[in-house]
Design a protein. Sequence first.
Length: 686
Amino acid sequence: MLKLSCRSRLLALLLGWVVTAAWGDDTQIDEIVVTAVREPIAALRLPFSVYVIDQQQIHQRQFRTLPQALRDVPGIMVQETAFGQGSPHLRGFTGFRTLMLIDGVRLNNAVFRDGPNQYWATVDLFGIDRLEVVQGPASTLYGSDAIGGTVNALTIDPFDADSRVLARVASAEQSASGRVQAAWQPGAQTALVAAVTGRTSDDLDGGRHVGKQGGVGFDEHGMDLKVSHRLGAGWTLDGLLQQVRQNNVPRTHSTREAVSWHGTTVGSDLRRELDQERNFGYLRLSSPGLPGVVQSVSLTAAGSRVKELTDRIRSSGTREKHDFEVDTLGLLAALQSETPFGLLTYGVDYYLDSVDSSSTTNPVQGPVGDDARYQNLDVYLQNRFSWLERGELLLGVRHTEVDTRVRRVLDPLSSESFRIEEDWSATVASGGISWALSPDRMSVFANIAQGYRAPNLSDLTRFDSARTNEIEVPVPGLEEERFLSLETGLKIHTERVDLQFAYFHTDIDDLITRVPTGEVFDGEFVVSKANVGDGVVKGMELSWQVALDAGTSLFGHATWMDGCLETYPTSNPVPASEPIDRLMPPSGAIGLRWSPDPGRLWLEGQLVAAEGQRDLSTRDAQDTSRIPPGGTPGYAVVHLRGGFRFSSQLAITLGIENLTDRDYRIHGSGTNMPGRNLIMTLAMEL
């Protein structure tokens, strides 16, 4: 209690200082976001925690992957099982309990796994204009999976695009990546942007003691094309195509090439690699300003195909290949109407996943059930009411119908095939209010939101490795998970000060968790799933940026989080209350930025730190290839960066990450972070 009290006092002092600084300025610059309420609105007026990572931040912070671009957002811990993967933990949740959108279309599908997975890393960061992050449950607007938070990757607008070359090279990562982008406007009404990207990496140099971490390199290539055509009368037709392929991405921690650190175990596999391919596209017809009852319409038809192949050679020399292919159809209709009671946002979302799955060692199925269909139909409605130019009230409701049919699932006891046909339904609601203490400068907010997640194919039918030395087996008959979150906070947004503080509390009911069965299959402990998890996760988040003078600013963020879950840690039917898996330790960063000639020269230094995490669940403690015995040590590392624009066509950024060459690891990751890492990025407009 004393430790928490000290943190609270420190936060209060910092808040007081920043608030005092804010009152000395009268100029406010609105930051417009669209994800939180499906309409453009100033972030200050929203009753949620919302963060934006724009293209300038992406390039200047020199992030390598999309998940890494979220690491400066409070409440987010970016776990990396392997160098080619990344799985952000948003407010204590990851995997299929966080939602990723691309221009408002779901990246999540029915085979997303529990715990960390690699799918967010298949979105090309170079092709993103901005990332919008909404913390906490957003199920009323975006449906199942939107529990820890929702991230919307907004792609480049062809009318604002330019032809350019982007390149990034890094020393400790031994990586290089690049993008060649061409923009063309054949007329006033049509624009397109097309690009190809490529990435390659080799061994990873850790800190001064860990040294080289072998067996982590991989190759990636991709392309994207976006076309926008203005039809007239306010209508626009947009089309997007994306393709990415990752070759031979290792899960190094489970192989003999892993490096032991603070007692972590070295894996026994001779090889364990993933091939990933994602093809995605949509057509969207929209008009933001129509006469009549319906003022705004957006109609979207989307499709994707995701392929995954796992190639594993065990210590005995036995080779296994598991694969699946998911074809997804999405049909979305979003509308808005002005009413005497506020702005009404409503619509219908429909998604259909068709899955084929196979394995060289399982004649019935691959990682998930074979010949499967997973269908999701949602209707939603939200009303935003403004009053007295100070208040915003948001009320929303969503109803979901989910059904699945799986023709081929392996019964681990009889080794026979069986079918699954199940359905679920859920209705959830949310409400939020914000009030401007000072118009256009400072607001307080509060919200209450229900969240839910229907069991997916990974829950019901997975027959594949889970954590270290674990194998997960199919289990039908699961129910949906339920969540209830309360959040309150403060926002300041002026020319001198940008601050956001939030406290959140999320109750968890019927969480689907892995439960040991006490059996052993092919040398691995068998785990099943059940709706046995009840608990809570809570925390405080703070981010700030303060202009000290015309060319200098202080920025940073801090997170404190706690959470526990009642579950069954062993095969004995005895429940126990434990910390949530991979609980984010107290973490934060503080930095100083100097820009004497804005737009031309800038320099910044950043200190990033996290306490050691020793609050481990039973399964965390058993995951010894990723989490050291007793927990993950804390760290404090220094990053230096600077950039110079030679002309309107050429800019360069140089950075030194982990200046002191420290050995450290993000909690739950499978490899250490790079040691002293020299990074150079180049942007050249053509």
